[in-house]
Structure formats: C-alpha cells, structure tokens
Design a protein. Structure first.
Length: 74
C-alpha cells in the first residue's frame, strides 16, 4: 500500500510505549499493532485525531505517501 504509517517514529520521539499509546487513545493494543504494521485498510478520523492529540503531532507526522516507483518490486 502506498500509504505508510509512521506511528513508531512518533512513539520513539515521545519516548512512549505502544501499550501506553493504545491506552491513552482508547484503542486495543491489537488494533494499534494493525495500524503500526501497515495492515489497516482504513482509520477513523476520530482515532487519527486521538493519536495526534496524545502524540502532540499533525496527521502528516503519522501518515505519508510512498511513491510506488520508490518501492522494490515484489
């Protein structure tokens, strides 16, 4: 998928664990793992807003477009 989720980057910058983030956002650790690992097909705006609020960041800090031409062929 050409959309990449950089939650790990923000977790490292904020020195926060994934478990703490999940708890503070109000989602399960399993659902956070789905987002972090790029397996999510969608994300609710309310979840994205909660992630941004807790991590004190903008949506663009968590999501980015990965040009298809820059990805290795599978």
């Amino acid at each position: 998928m050409p959309i990449v989720v950089d939650i790990d980057v923000m977790l490292a910058k904020r020195k926060m664990s994934a478990g703490e983030l999940a708890e503070r956002v109000g989602i399960t650790p399993a659902n956070l793992a789905v987002l972090k690992n790029g397996r999510a097909k969608a994300v609710r705006f309310s979840t994205l807003a909660a992630l941004c609020e807790v991590l004190e960041c903008q949506p663009g800090d968590l999501l980015r477009w990965d040009e298809p031409s820059s990805r290795p062929a599978v």
